[in-house]
Design a protein around this ligand. Structure first.
Ligand code: URA
Ligand code: SF4
Length: 186
């Protein structure tokens, strides 16, 4: 599937129950040849209405996090989610739903071929690493996703509720930036 075929497949997808209450599926946004791929959980109400990931409150924090390491949405950055349709009430997507949606994210990874993947929160990390993940234990380490380095950090919505962990998220951003520098130099 190329990008247009992928976009069409996602827009009309009924592979899991999340299709029933969505306004629209949210494929992702950004540079299709980005070095950086950020993966969140799933669209919220604003994302569902606008068709773009991370445009609500958590998205504003994500934009600040990107800015802190010299990045901007759309410039060498692609932003996607583990599930493309909004879970009702913003609940966490169920394993069956992330599994049903995985082929689309997988294809995005293959089309973008980023240098580094950043998993924002547990559902993204568990989907991409195909294993149980605890963010507190997994952050600060370099994982591998089919040959692409992967870093795990807190989800911005979690950070909005747990301000004390923002310092750890900052450490993670520094680690990401350092890792990317190393990848570009090698
Ligand atoms: N949270 C996510 O995980 N993704 C979005 O697109 C918005 C909020
Ligand atoms: Fe299809 Fe993914 Fe939407 Fe489920 S969440 S209906 S698998 S696009």
């Amino acid at each position: 599937m190329d990008w247009p075929a992928l976009a069409a497949a996602v827009a009309g997808c009924t592979a899991c129950g999340l299709c029933r209450e969505r306004k629209q599926a949210v494929l992702g946004v950004g540079d299709p040849r980005a070095d950086w791929l950020f993966v969140g959980e799933g669209p919220g109400a604003e994302e569902d209405a606008r068709g773009e990931p991370f445009v609500g409150q958590a998205g504003r924090l994500l934009d600040s996090m990107l800015a802190a390491i010299g990045l901007r949405r759309g410039e060498d950055v692609y932003i996607a989610n583990a599930v493309k349709c909004r879970p009702p009430g913003n609940r966490t997507p169920e394993p069956g739903e992330t599994a049903a949606c995985w082929p689309y994210l997988s294809r995005q990874v293959d089309l973008i071929r980023p240098r580094l993947i950043v998993a924002l929160g547990r559902p993204a990390a568990q989907t991409l690493l195909n294993t149980e993940v605890k963010i507190g234990a997994a952050r600060g380490r370099l994982f591998d996703h089919r040959g692409i380095p992967l870093i795990v950090t807190y989800h911005p919505a979690y950070l909005l509720r747990n301000l004390a962990d923002k310092a750890l998220a900052w450490e993670d951003l520094v680690f990401m930036r350092r890792t990317m520098r190393g990848l570009k130099a090698s």
